[in-house]
Ligand binder design. Structure first.
Ligand code: 5GP
Length: 227
């Protein structure tokens, strides 16, 4: 089934700068109702510097059924960053796409805009979104059976060192660290599956196994009413 069909029930909206996590909380039953012939929507979120991008690339490299969405952003490209990391645009172009309902979700993060365009994945693929937790809330609101995974660094010191290692400015590092507590709290509201990215290969294997479990669906006889 084309992804567009699976996403057809998603309500297009102009996105939120401040999300309502309580409204997004799914019931366990909702999450077990995904029809197994429909694409799985996997949302990989987590604070800045925890390694979501590297994890997402490794997951896609190891799983031909996984299709990684490419976001739009108004942030400038970092030195050494691939041109294909995002669709880099100015605010006018971004806002024009928002006005046209062209994003599944979008959010403002540390002064820049980021948005997920409507997916254009090959038939039979599952869709991986590597987005912040505000975006995860919006996706969950529209698609209650999306699999939400929240990645964390093993410690705040390690997160800071990873942010610094990728060349972020000191101001940006301070902003991202300050945001982390609120992001963790939203992830708890979302009931996201928490994965600590200490050793990359172990975190990749753990997430791959979570995705495989979700593809298989709930065990037979599980009506989804349990905790
Ligand atoms: P960075 O500027 O470091 O590449 O990304 C900053 C944050 O924006 C990260 O947490 C990243 O996951 C998030 N992000 C990237 N693309 C999107 C998107 O399309 N929507 C949302 N909501 N967040 C995004």
């Amino acid at each position: 089934m084309p992804i567009a069909v699976a996403f057809a029930g998603w309500e297009r909206s102009s996105g939120l700068r401040c999300s309502n996590a309580a409204a997004a909380r799914p019931t366990t039953r909702n999450r077990t109702l995904r029809r197994l012939n429909q694409p799985l929507i996997i949302v990989l979120s987590g604070p800045g510097g925890v390694g979501k991008g590297v994890l997402a690339s490794a997951l896609v490299a190891g799983d031909p059924q996984l299709w990684l969405s490419r976001s739009w952003t108004t942030r400038a490209r970092r030195p050494g960053e691939a041109e294909t990391a995002y669709v880099f645009v100015d605010e006018a172009a971004f806002n024009q796409r928002v006005a046209g309902g062209g994003f599944v979700e979008w959010a403002e993060i540390a002064g820049h805009l980021y948005g997920t365009p409507w997916p254009d994945a090959p038939e039979g693929s599952d869709v991986l979104l590597e987005i912040d937790v505000q975006g995860a809330v919006q996706v969950r609101n529209r698609h209650p059976d999306a699999l939400c995974i929240f990645v964390e660094a093993p410690s705040a010191a390690e997160q800071e060192s990873r942010l610094r290692g990728r060349g972020d400015s000191e101001v940006h590092i301070a902003e991202r660290l300050a945001l982390s507590a609120a992001e963790r709290s939203l992830a708890r509201e979302l009931d996201a599956v928490r994965v600590v990215n200490d050793k990359l290969d172990e975190a990749v294997a753990e997430i791959a196994s979570i995705i495989e479990d979700a593809r298989r669906g709930p065990p037979e006889g599980d009506g989804g009413e349990g905790g």
